[in-house]
Design a protein around this ligand. Structure first.
Ligand code: G3P
Length: 226
C-alpha cells in the first residue's frame, strides 16, 4: 500500500519525502487555502518535489467547466491527477476526462454504491473518507472493506485510496483490507513511526555505547563521528 500525505504544506512534504517512503500527495481546496500562497506556483512546486501522483482538486460543479479544469490541471505536470467530487456532474466529467486518458481521483466518496459509480465512470482512483464517516457514527472500516471486496470481485482497475485518516489504526486496517493507497495528515504520518519503546530503547543503546566506547578498541571511522 502506497503512503500519501494529505497536505499542501511544503515543509511537511519535504520532511516526509526525506524518509524515503512518500509515494504521493493529495490536496483539496481547504488544504491549499490554508497555505496562503498563489495556487499555481504552489501546486507546481509540490508536483516537482514528489515523484508520485499529486491530486489537485477542481472547484465548482458545472460539468463543462470541470472538464476544462481537468484539462488545465493535467497540463500542470506529468504527475498531476485531477480530483472531482462524487456528484452526478463530477461523474460525467470523470467519464469524459477518463475517456481522453486523463487520470481522475473521485473524492468525497462515502458509500460502496458511490465507489461502484466511480469505477464505472473510469476513475483512476476512488477516495473513500474514513474519518468523516466515523464523525457521524458510521462504521468507516465496514464501508472500506465493502469497497475493497467489490473492487476485487469485479476486477476494477480503479485504485482505492483511503482518505480522511485520523490515526494509525485507520492506516493499518486500510492495508489489511487491500487498499492501494492511504493518505493522511503529517501528524498521522509521524504517529506511524513513533513508539515510546523505540525511543527508550534507542536512548538506552546510546547511553550504554557512550559509557563503553572508550574500552571498545578500534571503531569504524563513521562511528567515531556519531
Ligand atoms: O483530502 C481529503 C481528506 O483526506 C480530508 O480529510 O481530515 O479533512 O476529513 P479530513
Amino acid at each position: 500500500m502506497k503512503l500519501f500525505l494529505d497536505t499542501a504544506n511544503l515543509d511537511e512534504i519535504q520532511e516526509a519525502n526525506r524518509w524515503g517512503v512518500l509515494r504521493g500527495i493529495t490536496t483539496n481546496p481547504t488544504l491549499v487555502a490554508k497555505e496562503g500562497r498563489d495556487f499555481l506556483p504552489l501546486v507546481k512546486e509540490i508536483c516537482s518535489i514528489v515523484e508520485g501522483d499529486v491530486s489537485i482538486e477542481t472547484v465548482g460543479n458545472d460539468t463543462d467547466n470541470l472538464v476544462r479544469q481537468g484539462h488545465e490541471i493535467a497540463q500542470i505536470a506529468d504527475n498531476a491527477i485531477v480530483k472531482l467530487s462524487t456528484t452526478p456532474n463530477g461523474l460525467a466529467a470523470c467519464r469524459r476526462l477518463s475517456d481522453e486518458g486523463i487520470k481522475i481521483n473521485m473524492t468525497l466518496c462515502f458509500t460502496a454504491a458511490q465507489a461502484i459509480l466511480c469505477a464505472e465512470a473510469g476513475a483512476y482512483i476512488v477516495s473513500p473518507f474514513l474519518g468523516r464517516l466515523d464523525d457521524i457514527s458510521t462504521d468507516s472500516l465496514q464501508v472500506l472493506s465493502e469497497i475493497c471486496e467489490i473492487y476485487a470481485v469485479q476486477d476494477y482497475d480503479t485504485q482505492v485510496l483511503a482518505a480522511s485518516l485520523r490515526h494509525p489504526m485507520h492506516v493499518i486496517e486500510a492495508a489489511r483490507m487491500g487498499a492501494h493507497i492511504s493518505t493522511m495528515p503529517f501528524k498521522v504520518f509521524e504517529m506511524l513511526v513513533k513508539h515510546p519503546l523505540t525511543d527508550a530503547g534507542h536512548k538506552r543503546f546510546m547511553d550504554d555505547w557512550e559509557e563503553a566506547k572508550s574500552h571498545l578498541g578500534e571503531l569504524l571511522p563513521s562511528m567515531q563521528e556519531a
